[in-house]
Design a protein around this ligand. Structure first.
Ligand code: PEP
Ligand code: MG
Length: 579
């Protein structure tokens, strides 16, 4: 937090960007009555279990009601959030854990609260940000169940004028009660860039700043606020100069994002006529739908972990088939890259009996786990092949480190193909098979790998953590995890050259692909396909349309000679300001 010397009242809070955009308006303070969960000895465990079952039923019908109401009002995406919450309410694995813990004789409110919290923490520890969102959903559901058990409703004052919503953090249940036509922006004291607040704001195309600190909650209701979602700043009581500058930037930005969205479905072609394929990273059917609205030309990464998580047993052939088919159906003939299971390490599947590891990121993760459980792997491959008939399916293996792993995975793929045929199902006409390049050994050996696959997709999230030896989930080493580091650029350049020499295409599906600083570099390095969160697509496309290939190539060459990620970013911004 810093005060402006020109003014006695203006105060600037620095947080983390949750969703881009600018807004100005009075504070609406969202503070709910805090729930204190009692801990004492309970009645007989069977009676306590009955109380929980009744509360779960009541929560389920509340959620169904909310979902129906939202669907009638046309808010299909939010309606789906509550349907997903019903699945969490019905999670048998979770209920079993609670039932076991009730044997201790403690009251069910406390057991439920502790069991859910433990599970939510496990989800939060996973590197993929979408799991943190699932943890937030789980806590939201848990609070609904607790309020029913404790007979304590939420009290909220209605939002009646356009306002900036300030809250500690916001859950889906809380935001559904907000009159969104009056929300100008969201600002939260806690939460991270992947919290529900940030995701919701992106979906509603509203700015959001998260992690602003506890002092934020002391700002009085009605105080004027300026929100800069891209910079992650909030200015309290701005002075006249700040306000003037803000209003002029805001009207420019609004005009620009309207233009970007209007042309989102057009190709991303540079000034000198080179077109890049812009596709989406998704976790399921719902994301696929929104990806198309934002102009995605296909899917560059479908993380299939979602199909396997939050369950007490492995998904059946038919469940997997339906999950993959739903996405392929949504995408029609567009290309869809589906990544085989990337579990293990810290993405624990309780039903697989995975022993704890000292260094989970360097352990039996992704393809390593699948190769050690060939039946699990082949079951997924069969479901993918069956779902792919009539579509443009591309299958991708994660975390490939050696040629032997690739060959073993391909051999199992061939076995699965023969099994599908012998079961009498139709196979897709052709399926491209590729690998993620996310381990330095694979980038270095890219020339060898390129002769045995149809494509590469560079996973810059892991490639950066492994190259700089910095755990991507550890905030203490976050300063090292910058994908713009020249070492990463060099690995990408080497991988791209190898791919093109062998006549195959190469994409990037890590967060780097949607980073405005990185996009000119990736274009200059000759990447063919960029895959990112759907909401980032319109801006990425418009950035590419401003580029000139020759300049981008020379920018990328210069960047690789820099000493640090900070220098690389500076170099890109310098060039952008000259355009
Ligand atoms: C990556 O590592 O860049 C990637 C896209 O995979 P994930 O983030 O799911 O590990
Ligand atoms: Mg990865």
């Amino acid at each position: 937090m810093k005060t402006n010397s020109d003014s006695t009242t203006e105060v600037v809070f620095q947080g983390i960007s949750g969703a881009p955009g600018l807004a100005f308006g009075p504070v609406y303070l969202w503070r709910k009555n805090k729930l204190i969960v009692p801990k004492h000895s309970g009645q007989n465990p069977a009676v306590e279990l009955d109380r929980l079952n009744l509360a779960l039923q009541a929560a389920s019908s509340q959620l169904q009601g909310l979902s129906d109401q939202l669907a009638i009002e046309g808010h299909t995406a939010e309606a789906a959030v509550f349907l997903a919450h019903i699945e969490l309410v019905n999670d048998r694995g979770l209920q079993r854990r609670v039932q076991t813990a009730l044997a201790s004789g403690t009251n069910v409110e406390s057991i439920w609260d502790e069991t859910v919290e433990k599970y939510a923490k496990q989800l939060e520890a996973m590197p993929d940000p979408t799991f943190a969102l699932r943890a937030a959903d789980l806590r939201d559901v848990s609070e609904r169940v607790l309020r029913i058990l404790m007979n304590e409703p939420v009290q909220v004052k209605a939002l009646t004028q356009p306002s900036v919503v300030i809250a500690q953090d916001l859950t889906p249940s809380e935001t559904v009660g907000l009159n969104k036509e009056f929300v100008l922006a969201f600002c939260t004291a806690s939460g991270g860039p992947t919290s529900h607040t940030a995701i919701l704001a992106k979906a509603l195309c509203l700015p959001a700043v998260v992690s602003l600190g506890e002092k934020l909650m002391e700002v009085a209701i009605g105080t004027p606020l300026l929100v800069d979602g891209s910079k992650g700043t909030v200015t309290v009581s701005p002075d006249e100069t700040t306000l003037k500058d803000f209003l002029s930037r805001s009207s420019q930005a609004t005009a620009l994002s309207k233009i970007e969205l209007a042309s989102a479905k057009l190709p991303a072609t540079t000034q000198d006529g080179i077109t890049f394929e812009i596709v989406a990273n998704i976790g399921g059917e719902k994301d696929a739908r929104s990806a198309l609205e934002f102009g995605a030309e296909g899917v560059g990464l479908f993380r299939t972990e979602f199909v396997f998580l939050d369950r007490s047993s492995s998904p059946s052939d038919e469940e997997q088939l339906e999950a993959y088919r739903a996405v392929l159906r949504e995408m029609g003939q567009r290309p869809v890259v589906i990544r085989t299971l990337d579990a293990g390490g810290d993405k624990e599947l309780t039903y697989l009996e995975m022993p704890p590891e000292a260094n989970p990121f360097l352990g039996e993760r992704a393809i390593r786990l699948c190769l050690s459980r060939p039946e699990l792997f082949k079951q997924q491959l069969r479901a993918l092949l069956r779902a792919g008939a009539g579509h443009n399916l591309r299958i991708m293996f994660p975390m490939i480190a050696t040629m032997a792993e690739l060959r073993n995975a391909k051999a199992l793929f061939e076995e699965a193909r023969i099994e599908v045929l012998s079961m009498g199902y139709t196979l897709p006409e052709s399926v491209q098979v590729g690998i993620m390049v996310e381990i330095p050994s694979t980038a270095i050996m890219a020339d060898r790998f390129a002769t045995e696959v149809d494509f590469f997709s560079i996973g810059t999230n892991d490639l950066t953590q492994y190259s700089l030896a910095a755990d991507r989930t550890n905030p203490k080493v976050a300063y090292l995890n910058d994908h713009c580091h020249p070492a990463i650029l060099r690995l990408i350049a080497q991988t791209t050259k190898a791919a093109h020499n062998a006549g195959i295409w190469v994409g990037v599906c890590g967060e780097m692909a949607g980073d405005p600083d990185a996009i000119p570099l990736l274009v200059g390095l000759g990447i063919d396909e960029l895959s990112m969160s759907p909401g980032l697509i319109p801006h990425a496309k418009s950035l590419i349309r401003e580029l000139n290939m020759k300049q981008a190539v020379s920018l990328a060459q210069d960047a690789m000679e820099k000493d640090s990620a900070a220098e690389v970013r500076e170099c890109v911004r310098q060039q952008r300001s000259e355009i």
